[in-house]
Design a protein around this ligand. Structure first.
Ligand code: COA
Ligand code: AMP
Length: 655
């Protein structure tokens, strides 16, 4: 089913206005945000309950719970132990790639985190210091994040699929006093040695890191550098315990780097207070999860989903989280997710549409689902990329449960638009993440800043202030935050997404307005790809676009103009460029499509016509821009894309 068909179907089913019990919450959160979010703050334990709920004195920069003090780790662990939940499982660790599974109680989690926090303190890590965590999906990664939170240090987790160079640029920006890492990650393709990547990143980085703590995994023993690297297990044997440090609600809890338009990633800052309140609120109202429930977000701790909904969200409310080291398919098969849900009695499950597409490809008729008792599962949530209606409908039919598309981003830290499953389920319209979540005042604006009519496309923005939990700024760069997000429409936050809202107030997020692409739910910058391609000595110029992919949603495709006199063959060029991107950005880039082109299509002022190229690749109708320098270049593009397996139909051009 296409988006248009899905929309038409939703329209024809419409009989009466949608009754939405969340409307009153939405109104209160936007009209009386201080009252609304003061009440929500009571979900937590505060060392000092805030009296100033929202500080707008530095508008357009806002802060929440300004004079409050708390500790995020205390709220995620200690208070549940003190309340008698110590024996309850905090984390089910399930690792099909190592054939390991065990459960960690809140008591055990507390012991591990206290000890690791004590070790960090013994190494001189202090409140406000940064600690970079470059680790795979093992419980120690969660311990590391929580140990930092315990002592008021700021963690910055870097996804394991990023290469040394990307790690180095994050180290240079965050300037950590310490790095926590592991010897390796395990991918279906085999063991991925992390430690050599870390060593290379530390050698490349201009910021020098004096201390590393390395978790040796049985699959690969890393070489430790004397004087710098300590062995995790040994360190834990002698480390003292550390207690929670009370921090200001506005103190940063973590920095998470995400791709923007340029090659330089943006350091999204998350504060302690707003974050904890928003996540605790979201677990109950959005995900329908309370203390004692089992929640599983099948993502990676390196992404925002992992931060919010593998680690902090479920633990903040005393639920059990499931941490999974494996893939939706191939580890060992396409029923792995379903068996895990059934075995661990997962109530709400969260994954990316890509994962469902991968399962559907292997098991189109859902045969592997038969015989798996999913009685425990109430609903499945999808996010991370646009969810095509077919995928949602397929999942719904196979599971016989509500499948909830929801929209958010690293910057917001928690859902912006979603069917609030803990409040009341609204009708599901495939292709739409439903209505805005209370606290987010979402609008769709045209270029001049005017709100567009229902059904019309525009830029999706959020009226300021953003609710608690959303980014207060970028790491040590208020100006970049203002320039990138708050300047285009004063008084509004620019999401970078484009789409529309229908007459029922349902949002449809259709595309990005910038050069960000989304590959298998992973957000990447085409600008960064272009920078890397231009490092190749044969390349004079490069343009990278995201093209449609049946499995991953989008994949990057590069077109390069070679320097005069270069005689490299097509295959050789491709191999070298693919290897270059893999070594500079990492395997997660999934970069395989690249070809030389004699000339790139540009405007007369020299701007590369990436949007037009993307439309040609995806067989969409396009307009030849009036400002094009050389219209013949579009034919060149069509020809080269055709050779790469894209642009296979002749779409009539509109002028
Ligand atoms: N450490 C090291 N390497 C990693 C990695 C990690 N943490 N995560 C991924 N990689 C590597 C993979 O091994 C693969 O390398 P390869 O080119 O050598 O095979 C590459 O990065 C791409 O990985 P991935 O995006 O996982 O693609 P895939 O083709 O291996 O698998 C899917 C396809 C659909 C199964 C997979 O993309 C998937 O599970 N997607 C769901 C995404 C998701 O949950 N996103 C989080 C946002 S909510
Ligand atoms: P990230 O910051 O990596 O979480 O990526 C966020 C971006 O992914 C958003 O800005 C959207 O472009 C896209 N995205 C995430 N979830 C959805 C969704 N449910 N529907 C459409 N796009 C989505």
């Amino acid at each position: 089913m296409t988006d248009t068909q899905a929309q038409a179907q939703a329209q024809s089913q419409k009989t009466s206005p949608i009754q939405d019990p969340a409307e009153a919450m939405r109104t209160e959160a936007s009209e009386q945000p201080q009252t609304y979010w003061r009440a929500a703050a009571e979900l937590l334990h505060w060392d000092s309950f805030p009296t100033q709920i929202l500080d707008d004195s530095r508008s357009p920069l806002y802060s929440w719970y300004t004079d409050g003090a708390l500790n995020s780790c205390y709220n995620a662990i200690d208070r549940h132990v003190e309340a008698g939940r110590g024996e309850q499982t905090a984390i089910h660790y399930v690792s099909p790639v190592t054939e390991t599974a065990y459960s960690i109680s809140y008591n055990e989690l507390l012991a591990q985190v206290k000890r690791l926090a004590g070790y960090l303190v013994s190494q001189g890590v202090q409140r406000g210091d940064r600690v970079v965590i470059y680790m795979p999906m093992v419980p120690e990664t969660a311990y590391a994040m929580l140990a930092c939170a315990r002592i008021g240090a700021i963690h910055s987790v870097v996804f394991g699929g990023f290469a040394a160079n990307e790690l180095a640029s994050r180290i240079n920006d965050a300037k950590p006093v310490m790095v926590l890492s592991a010897s390796c990650g395990i991918e279906p393709s085999g063991v991925v040695a992390y430690k050599p990547l870390l060593d290379s990143a530390l050698a490349q980085a201009s910021h020098k890191v004096a201390k590393c703590l390395i978790l040796q995994r049985p699959q690969y023993q890393a070489e430790l550098q004397p004087g710098r690297d300590a062995d995790w297990q040994q360190a834990m044997q002698t480390a003292p315990d550390a207690d929670c440090v009370s921090v200001k609600a506005t103190d940063p809890l973590y920095i998470l780097y995400t791709s923007g338009t340029t090659g330089q990633p943006k350091g999204v800052v998350r504060d302690n207070g707003g974050h904890a309140v928003a996540l605790a609120w979201s677990m109950k109202h959005i995900y329908d999860i309370e203390a004692g429930d089992i929640f599983w977000a099948a993502s990676d701790v390196g992404w925002v989903v992992g931060h919010s909904y593998i680690v902090y969200g479920p633990l903040l409310v005393g639920a059990t989280t499931l941490m999974y080291e494996g893939k939706p398919v191939g580890t060992p098969d396409a029923a792995a997710f379903w068996r895990t849900i059934a075995k661990y009695k997962v109530k709400s499950f969260f994954t990316a549409p890509t994962a469902i597409r991968a399962i559907k490809r292997e098991d189109p008729d859902g045969l592997l689902l038969r015989g798996v008792d999913l009685g425990c599962l109430k609903q499945m949530f999808l996010a991370g990329e646009r969810c095509d209606p077919d995928t949602l409908i397929w999942a719904q039919q196979q599971l016989g449960k509500p499948v909830i598309d929801h929209w958010w981003q690293t910057e917001t830290g928690w859902p912006v638009a979603c069917n609030l499953m803990g409040v009341a389920q609204l009708p599901i319209k495939p292709g739409s993440p439903a209505r805005p979540v209370p606290g987010y005042q979402v609008q769709v604006l045209d270029e001049s800043g005017k709100q567009v009519a229902a059904g019309d496309y525009g830029n999706v923005v959020i009226k300021l202030p953003l609710p608690p939990g959303a980014l207060p700024t970028l790491w040590q760069n208020d100006q970049r935050y203002i320039d990138s997000y708050l300047s285009m429409y004063p008084g509004y936050y620019l999401t970078g997404d484009a789409g529309y809202m229908d007459e029922d107030g349902y949002l449809y997020i259709m595309s990005r307005i910038d050069d960000v692409i989304n590959v298998a739910g992973h957000r990447l910058s085409t600008g960064r790809f272009e920078e890397v391609l231009c490092q190749h000595p044969a390349v004079a110029e490069a343009a990278v676009i995201g093209v449609e992919d049946k499995l991953k949603g989008q994949v990057p495709l590069g077109l390069v103009v070679l320097k005069n006199g270069v005689t490299l063959g097509d295959d050789e060029l491709r191999q070298q460029l693919v290897a270059l991107v893999r070594s500079e950005i990492g395997p997660v880039a999934a970069f395989r499509l690249v070809s030389a082109i004699p000339k790139l299509p540009k405007t007369r002022s020299g701007k590369i016509l990436r949007a037009t190229m993307r439309k040609i690749a995806d067989n969409q109708a396009y307009t030849v821009p009036a400002t094009i320098e050389d219209p013949a270049t579009l034919e060149l593009v069509r020809h080269v894309l055709g050779k790469l397996g894209y642009a296979d139909s002749q779409v009539k051009e509109h002028r």
